[in-house]
Design a protein. Structure first.
Length: 285
């Protein structure tokens, strides 16, 4: 079941983003539970902390055993953790790594925390390192609580469009709803790239009749080639069902001029099996 899409502002949730994520330019607080960690996994990725997260606070709780938190760069360099050349203390300490002031609780105890003052200067991967579980435990869950005050990026400063993406599967003969964009999304553009043949559709989710704004043959925009049209006070454009480029039947796009004033459901009708990626762009509020 598709739900609403995430944007930094306004904050909109989407089921594929219920993992460790930073979705608001104005900061927030969340909790992520990593389920069924196996003692044999050793190093378990929780997720990536993007560059630009301000005043980050991470706490690991609820682990029945000896499990440590680690911060690792995209190049594999350890910033926090037992293998780090920067911060790896037994007890609480504060240090500067890659231009970031980082406080670490130390690696003793079932509850550990990391705090970073100011913005993260680079992308960081958060890992759990498993040493051992309590006797009789072959797998455990781990709770990671995290918060940040704001996000300092060109997207959140409205210097460029924000973007996000997710993957989906195509099943021949099936139509599938991929998501819903709410009212108030500025400069929305949806791009789909797939290795199979599909048609994108976008409908007015607030209309009892679910009027199709973009849909092959039957939509307000339903032609073979790229075109635009006005609907309920907004101008919409669609690549056309022939695709975004010659012979690219799996690549299509849709965009809204200005700010969305109606909720928009979008999805695809698949004519072959395959897989695809949705990338959507918008201006932060």
């Amino acid at each position: 079941m598709a739900t609403s899409m995430p944007t930094p502002e306004p904050t909109i949730a989407f089921e594929q983003f219920e993992d460790f994520a930073f979705l608001s330019c104005n900061g927030g607080a969340s909790r992520y539970t990593k389920k069924d960690i196996d003692v044999l996994e050793k190093q378990v990725l929780i997720g990536t902390i993007p560059k630009g997260q301000v005043d980050l606070d991470i706490t690991l709780t609820g682990v029945r055993g000896d499990v440590d938190v680690q911060l690792v760069t995209s190049d594999g360099d350890f910033i926090v953790g037992f293998e780090s050349d920067c911060i790896k203390t037994f007890g609480p300490s504060t240090g500067t790594c890659n231009g970031m002031e980082i406080s670490y609780s130390g690696y003793i105890g079932s509850t550990e925390s990391i705090k970073i003052s100011g913005p993260t200067s680079i992308d960081l991967n958060l890992y759990l390192y498993v040493y051992e579980f309590n006797q009789g435990e072959s797998s455990v869950d781990a709770d990671v609580k995290y918060s940040w005050e704001s996000t300092d990026t060109p997207c959140c400063r409205r210097e460029e469009l924000c973007s996000s993406s997710f993957d989906f599967d195509l099943v021949e003969g099936n139509g599938q709803l991929l998501g819903v964009f709410d009212v108030g999304i500025e400069s929305l553009r949806i791009e789909i790239e797939a290795d199979g043949d599909l048609d994108l559709y976008v409908v007015d989710a607030g209309d009892p009749e679910k009027t199709a704004i973009a849909k092959a043959f039957t939509g307000v925009l339903g032609g073979f080639m790229a075109s635009s049209a006005e609907y309920k006070g907004r101008t919409y454009a669609y690549s056309g069902w022939s695709g975004a480029g010659f012979g690219q039947m799996g690549n299509e796009w849709f965009e809204v001029e200005g700010t969305t004033n109606i909720p928009l459901e979008f999805g695809v009708s698949a004519y072959t099996d395959g897989s695809g990626t949705v990338t959507y762009y918008y201006m932060a509020a």
